[in-house]
Design a protein around this ligand. Sequence first.
Ligand SMILES: [Zn+2]
Length: 273
Amino acid sequence: MGGNHAATGAAAWVAVTASTPIAFGWYPGVTDTGVIAGALVCAGAALLPDADHHSGTIANSLSPVSDVVVKGIEAVSGGHRKGTHSILGVAVFTAIAWGLSLLSIDTGNEQLGTILIGPGIMCVLLVAFALKALKITRDTKILPWTTSITLAVLIAIFAPEEWYWMPFSVALGCIVHILGDMITTAGVPLLWPLKFKSPYWMRNKRGIELDWMWRSGGNIAIPILGNAGSVREWIFLVPVSLYAVVGILWAFLNEMGYDTMAVWNQIVAIFPS
Ligand SMILES: [Zn+2]
């Protein structure tokens, strides 16, 4: 499941921030560098809600530190797929990201200026999680870390203004994860720690029957994709992953100075309007 969450996180970031014709651009001001780096950060953030599980991707990512952190989250959030899969959980993860985004050191050096170490650390961790989960390389021990550290350092030096979107990226990743679990699993406790029974009108058999949405323990599910690992899930994931790759590639080509819009207009011209 980890890789699927990461792919949807990256796709969501592209859809929301890119200003290309295939994206919505709802969150304005993100540069092409931001689209690329943010897609990786958001992919990693989309794994965070499962940091409540000691055998998950994150727990084994950076032993023994990650194990301790995951055990802590597991204890605070009430176990797997509880607090971290709720609206409150998203708020807490976002607040932590916002707090960390303020963490900086003034180097006293005119050229280096103030270095935002908080966002830098978050970038390293989240991108490493994403690369591990996506299994882009066979080596899942060293390469995810060297790649993410390189990316964080490059951004810190060449584009430090990028970090303003960090808390938003974490929020978006967590939301996408929860939605993903909602449509593939036995549901998520959105209103945790509150538990609600299904509303009466949902149980009322003469009315609209929506009781299936309500699972045990107050979990809410809209399992349109069936069980995790189902064929339907793959039919959903292939275009989503492809979309993320195209979006990142597009931002990269823009960055390299290619006239991507001219190519796009030529492709569009093939189809009669
Ligand atoms: Zn989950």
